[in-house]
Design a protein around this ligand. Sequence first.
Ligand code: F0G
Length: 459
Amino acid sequence: MKATTHSLRCTGCGQRISGRETASNFRCRACGELFEVEYAWSETAAGDASTKKPNPGALKYLWAERRTSTLAEDQSGVWRFRDLLPIVSDDQIVTLREGNTPLYEMPRSAAALGMNWLLAKHQGMNPTGSFKDAGMTAALSVAVANGYRWVACASTGNTSAAMAAYAARAGLKSLVLIPEGKIAWGKLSQAMDYGSTTVQLKTDFDGCVKVLAEIVERAPIYLLNSVNPYRLEGQKTPAFEILEQMDWRVPDHLIVPGGNLANCSALGKGFLEMKHLGFIPRVPKISVIQAEGANPLYRWMQQGAHGTFEPVTAETRATAIRIGNPASWKKAVRILAATGGWVEQVTEREIALAKAEIGAEGIGCEPASAVTLAGLKKLVTDGRVGHEETAVLLLTGHTLKDSDYTIQYHKGELLRPDEMAGASAAELAEHAALRREPVVMEANADAILRVLDAVPQPA
Ligand code: F0G
């Protein structure tokens, strides 16, 4: 496998460059847009790509076979698919055995929605607890291949945790810029634990991105934000896993949280490649869910998907997606159009309820991931997702990432009275049935048994 087996194609003007010709901010020097990785067999490739297409039957066999191997690059759920992401040679791979995450059934949520089959692909079950690991193993390996000593990212927390871990594995130094006071403690602690230089800036995520752009221009530091197209090569592989785990049946819908809007496009790229190569006959509709307080794409769609894309000042307790000026919004729009999905927004109250429901399935996730279930409810209610259809929720982060949120919710301290004011009686009953406030009492068996009697029975 050689680094020369791919090129980078500008998603704006179509210009192609080699991987070593990128600007420090990964934007096209001609038109300012972002790149995507292209292979000889890609749909966009120049010339007759059909002759170079890999064989789906042979690859399916090989990928399954690698699961029994003891080689690190075979045990990784990203590099197991390296035939479709030949961006580095095998000896340059930096892996923590990411990927191979579970696809869970969600029977209670499905029943509540009147759906036959609802699944959750839990990317929070990755080594650092989020979907970022799949992308970080890919881009960090490229950083090593290109000889960088320093890597950096601006982050709402998960990217920094993943980058810090992979940089440590590779022996590289890493710089993290995060908005002060606006990331969950679990994530901050990870960056420190893995030895990153962690800088909290008195600005928001969008402000951190701006400062970092200047830093990587002035110093030889490799940028690992999701504008880096190699991140998306890793993040496309959960699409392959979902198909494998469903025995190559295609779900009707994939529901993804939207922040900087790169992950939805990465997964879209994965599914579209599967279709192009003949693994599957169609792709799922990919829908993106934003928090109401961080909803620039939703707003743009509401205004007819034309005109200026207006950034917003983002505010949501789902801090992972507290992003007002998403870098990859155009890529996301292309994936929505190519797959036929939608953008929805959900309120803080809806996110909190959905998160508690996912917890009650015995799975759990961080707040930003719960927007998927909250958004799916809206898509089912107005018929965009049918009761007979299959949907997969993409859960992006582990519940332990933001345990403060969970504890506040269950103590009834998360949502303000004005936020609860609009809730219907049915919704209040749902919250009441899910909330489990910790009880402080004397060490007395009789008293504890009386508490058990009061616990609501599951439906
Ligand atoms: N869910 C979680 C848990 C995230 O951490 C993020 C993004 C998203 C969803 C949104 O994905 O940006 O590709 O649309 N977190 C980034 C970070 C921005 O810095 O960790 P996206």
